[in-house]
Design a protein around this ligand. Structure first.
Ligand code: URA
Length: 436
């Protein structure tokens, strides 16, 4: 008979676990036959001893099968999913979905709400009056077959083993291990049914992976898991040292995503959408190579096809597509306050984490799972890294409904901006691409 104690001991000694041992562990976590203290001890041995790529793939596969797996086989074409490890101002999915769909690759996206500086994609989309995010699976599939894009809230019981493990990791300081992180992310992605996956692995001050080395290692681990599971996976490591685009906040971000679709978006977010979308077209076999994919993505914007698809997408899910046409219909906040530079110089750094925190203080995100989001508030940047700035020029505009909170957010924004005299080295947005 297999015993958890022996598995912990084996990993403690740095030995490789068998598939049966890994499956025993994941099953025991899921059905709660393994007590938390043994699970926690095991997680700590993994942090110290690591798992090789075979063990990591087996762990992920077992976690993926610990709950529901979604069958998207009745959707025509190669379904390509996209996942971001999360950053400040990341509204990519909202623009990318219609862009990719308009080029013929089906995007069947399950998305979360989550805790964060702003809401998740689902919350942001609910900025459109009437927009429904709880779609029955049949309707979800029908919509993807009709217009190639649907985004729904996650209702299925995906990778319950991950939920349990994550909760324990969170309180035992065992979050930070590449195998555990990669397995956690990929088990959920694999369970949600896509044929191929494009991962945006963010690195920098506003990202979960602070260093490039860690981001690359995570990207590699996830690509290897995808490969093991027969799902083509590409990981793109991208910069998150400053917020993406200019908008941080739910409605503000939706408006910026619409700007991207109109060809009027900030350069960085537009470049990211074009690049990630190009990979989705390559994996979806609608582009022969990256250059062709990028050209198709750019054409989807300049031809107006992506914007048209956005309107169809919003109205198919019950939302008012008039807001895509005229984003000034979105409700504004009671107050708009400029935060002004305290000196003249060049913006040398913008701490993304602090800009996110300012948005959270204004009410854009959830501090805990019961918090109510204020969709209209947020931070709109006027200056990005490398921009010259005069004393008293506005750095950002705070969109606020509460002056007390705005005061607090102002202090955090001022802390986020570093103004110096030397032009900082220009950093690329797309840092590295990892393929099997
Ligand atoms: N995000 C996840 O989903 N899991 C992790 O372990 C870390 C980040």
């Amino acid at each position: 008979m297999m015993r958890m104690l022996d598995i912990i001991h084996k990993k403690r000694e740095g030995l490789e676990l068998t598939p049966e041992e890994i499956q025993f562990f994941v099953k025991g976590v899921t059905d709660e036959t393994i007590p938390d203290y043994q699970t926690a001890a095991f997680l700590m041995t993994v942090v110290f001893q690591g798992m090789n790529s075979k063990e990591t793939a087996l762990l992920t596969e077992a976690m993926m099968h610990s709950g529901d797996t979604i069958d998207l086989s009745s959707i025509q074409g190669i379904k390509v999913d996209k996942h971001s490890t999360g950053g400040v101002g990341d509204k990519t999915t909202i623009a990318l979905g219609p862009m990719v769909a308009s080029c013929g690759v089906p995007v069947a996206k399950m998305s979360g709400r989550g805790l964060g500086h702003t809401g998740g994609t689902i919350d942001k989309l609910e900025s459109f009056p009437g927009f429904q995010t709880s779609l029955p699976i049949e309707r979800f599939i029908q919509q993807v077959n009709d217009i190639k894009v649907a985004v729904a809230g996650q209702t299925a019981n995906l990778a319950p083993a991950d939920k349990k493990l994550y909760a324990l990791r969170d309180v035992t300081d065992t979050i930070e291990n590449i195998s555990l992180i990669a397995g956690s992310i990929m088990s959920k992605k694999l369970a949600s049914g896509a044929d191929a996956i494009v991962l945006d692995v963010k690195t920098g001050s506003g990202a979960f992976m602070k260093t490039r080395e860690d981001a690359v290692a995570l990207g590699k681990a996830m690509v290897e898991i995808g490969d093991h599971m027969g799902r083509e996976t590409v990981a793109v490591v991208t910069d998150m040292d400053q917020p993406l685009g200019l908008a941080v906040g739910n409605i503000l971000e939706v408006k910026e995503a619409i700007d991207v679709l109109k060809g009027q978006g900030p350069d960085d977010i537009t470049e990211l959408c074009v690049h990630l979308g190009a990979w989705m077209l390559v994996l979806g076999k609608k582009a022969g190579n990256l250059e062709e994919g990028e050209q198709a993505m750019q054409d989807s914007i300049s031809s107006g096809r992506a914007l048209e698809r956005m309107k169809q997408f919003v109205s198919s899910q019950g939302g008012d597509s008039g807001y895509v046409e005229d984003p000034s219909l979105f409700p504004a906040t009671k107050h708009m306050l400029e935060v002004k530079a305290t000196s003249t110089g060049i913006v040398t750094q913008i701490d993304a984490e602090n800009i996110g925190r300012a948005a959270l203080i204004l009410g854009a995100g959830r501090e805990n799972k019961d918090s109510v989001i204020d969709l209209s508030v947020g931070v709109l940047l006027h200056k990005k890294t490398g921009d010259p700035v005069e004393k008293d020029e506005p750095l950002v505009t705070l969109h606020a409904n509460d002056l007390e909170k705005a005061k607090e957010a102002e202090a955090v924004v001022l802390e986020a901006y570093s103004i110096g005299q030397e032009q900082p080295a220009k950093k690329p947005l797309i840092i590295e691409v990892i393929q099997a």
